[in-house]
Design a binder for this molecule. Structure first.
Ligand code: SAH
Length: 261
């Protein structure tokens, strides 16, 4: 085998190009090939220099442009013929989105790799909305969960442990399962009046958000017509949304509640 290149598994952040790390920015500008997802915003893809090979392997739920094992193979093949391969992923490469599977595949094939963190959607959207993920009185912890499961399977989360009023719940990939999420969390004991927010295209110019309650969130999201990618935050911290709305965002509010901080 010829001298191997290296694969950089790089977090591209939630969308706003100014939220890229300096390291991500440098690696993009030095790359020989960039392999990127649907979640990577076009403004960030535009930063890839002319002459660098760009390969789109976008994935949307249930519809994979390239199957994951093909992406894994592609990374190995590219590293065998290129010096610097950037595998650019939305948010942080190790939070959902299968970055760790890609890393394992590279490790098992003896391909040198490096992990470059990115701002995950939860942090980006928390900052963009002003809604904190924790708060001394309202939330002593935060949980990141995925609402994604195979089409033919029921969402299988530990509802009892999730239904903790002192923990903020952040749901990635939950848009198509919002009704189940809401129903099960309420059944497990979380108040139906728990404040909840859904944010689409967070940190981007076309960001949209709606505030509601746990009970009403699925209806609110449908009524407002939010489309993927959508991140949901559930918990009393969301009651601070209006007061901490430093960007003056327009909330497509249905039913805002009062939980005082
Ligand atoms: N690795 C990514 C998450 C990949 S899972 C990260 O750390 O952020 C994909 C899910 O992330 C989407 O379905 C959505 O729930 C969330 N997401 C990512 N970027 C987002 C954005 N800009 N706005 C809203 N949700 C986003």
């Amino acid at each position: 085998m010829n001298s191997l290149g290296k694969v950089y598994l790089v977090g591209g952040g939630p969308g706003d190009p100014e939220l890229l790390t300096r390291k991500a920015y440098r690696l993009l500008s030095e790359a020989d090939a960039v392999v990127y997802d649907r979640l990577v915003s076009p403004v960030i893809v535009d930063l890839v220099p002319e002459g660098c090979t760009r390969i789109f392997v976008g994935k949307a739920s249930g519809q994979h442009t390239l199957q994951q094992d093909k992406i894994n193979e592609l990374l190995v093949t590219l590293a065998q013929s290129n010096r610097r391969v950037v595998r650019l992923k939305g948010g942080d490469p190790y939070i959902f989105g299968r970055g760790s599977e890609e890393a394992l595949h590279l490790a098992r094939h003896g391909i040198p790799f490096e992990i470059v963190p990115g701002i995950t959607a939860a942090a980006g959207i928390s900052a963009a909305t002003g809604i904190p993920l924790t708060h001394r009185r309202l939330a002593s912890g935060v949980k990141f969960v995925t609402g994604h499961c195979r089409d033919d399977e029921e969402l299988d989360l530990d509802w009892k442990s999730l239904a903790d009023p002192q923990t903020t719940i952040v749901i990635y990939m939950g848009l198509s399962k919002l009704e189940t999420l809401s129903r099960e969390l309420i059944a497990a004991g979380l108040s139906p009046r728990t404040p909840a927010v859904a944010v689409a295209n967070g940190t981007l110019r076309d960001q949209r958000q709606c505030v509601s309650t746990l009970e009403d969130l699925p209806n609110a999201v449908t009524a407002v017509g939010l489309i993927s990618p959508v991140l949901c935050l559930i918990g009393d911290v969301v009651s601070l949304a209006h007061e901490l709305n430093w960007q003056g965002l327009f909330y497509e509010t249905r039913d805002m509640l009062k939980v005082s901080a």
